[in-house]
Design a binder for this molecule. Structure first.
Ligand code: MEV
Length: 310
């Protein structure tokens, strides 16, 4: 039996602008993981969830989720393996279409597990490359940030087409991750931003550049860990994402509720129009902020400590 897993991710700053060449900061969120287990089986390759639901099987295309079937076939093709008579089980605690990188985490764990099953050693760069290709199935023009942070499982500053840089975090800090309960496929807000860029090129380019400038300031605030400065940048980043049209009344309410309850900062995280809001909190305020988020409509809240880096 082979078992591999990959974490969820959190975009701390810079989503959407990163698609258009600006930097962004992302963190792994290891409390939520997608796990793949592979076992020999008497039947043809089947990819199922732990509750037994068939997700994808090359010999049963009509009963397969079309996207997951394509992901599976892309990985098999890129690994040049012909996996017959195996059962592939997915056990994922990462909610989908929520901004937490569920698709990239599943593809990462699946790639590693299938490679191991075939006796192939595979480098992180190769996994990253394959998972990037599967990401294009989900939303056509991914920046590459989700697969990179998930495959490397470390905090990084990512700019499209460049080597990711490690992010220096001087001291641990606490984030609340609040699920709005609304779901939105990544390609919808990504296309909306592209349209806005075509309709209002100068204005939109300025918003994207302002987000890039926030990311640079946030890198410095993380390096000396100044929660008030970092938090203010989160509120600014959220406001700019609103101007890009990727927030929603519920996400705005959640950010507002976190602010009123004393969060140092809050913003939507990921593609937006649904999904999660993250809030930077001092330990003493965490319960109040969590309660305020719940009252404002959050359906689930995770409290996570982001570790310092060297
Ligand atoms: C999605 O997690 C982040 C976006 O910036 C899209 C991308 O970078 O590919 C919205």
């Amino acid at each position: 039996m082979i078992r591999e897993s990959a974490p969820a991710k959190i975009i701390l700053f810079g989503e959407h602008a990163v698609v258009h060449g600006q930097p962004a900061i992302a963190l792994p969120f290891p409390a939520l993981r997608a796990q793949i287990t592979i076992r020999e089986s008497a039947t043809a390759l089947e990819f199922r969830s732990v509750n037994g639901t068939l997700l994808a099987a090359p010999h049963l295309p009509k009963r397969s989720d079309p996207l997951l079937l394509q992901v599976l076939l892309t990985i098999l093709c890129r690994l040049r393996i012909d996996a017959r008579e195996v059962s592939v089980l997915l056990d994922s605690g990462i909610p989908q279409a929520c901004g937490l990188g569920s698709g990239a985490a599943i593809a990462t764990a699946l790639t590693r597990a299938l490679a191991r099953h075939a006796g192939r050693s595979i480098s992180a760069a190769e996994v990253n490359d394959i998972v990037f290709e599967t990401e294009t199935l989900f939303h056509g023009t991914p920046s590459g940030i989700d697969n990179t942070v998930i495959v490397h499982e470390s905090a990084l500053c990512f700019t499209r087409g460049m080597e990711p840089l490690p992010v220096r975090i001087a001291r641990p800090f606490q984030l609340l991750v609040a699920d709005s309960g609304d779901r939105c496929a990544t390609h919808i807000p990504v296309s909306a931003v592209r349209e806005q860029l075509q309709l209002h090129p100068e204005e939109t380019a300025m918003i994207l550049e302002d987000i890039g400038a926030i990311v640079h300031r946030a890198s410095r605030a993380l390096a000396c860990m100044q929660p008030p400065a970092l938090g203010a940048l989160m509120y600014d980043n959220h406001a700019l994402l609103g101007k890009l049209g990727v927030s929603s009344p519920l996400l705005d309410d959640l950010v507002c509720a976190a602010r009123s309850a004393g969060a140092a900062g809050a913003k939507l995280s990921g593609a937006g129009r649904g999904g999660v809001v993250i809030a930077l909190v001092e330990e003493s305020r965490a319960d109040d902020v969590a309660l305020a988020l719940e009252e404002a409509g959050a359906v689930q809240i995770w409290n996570t400590t982001i570790q310092a880096t060297n």
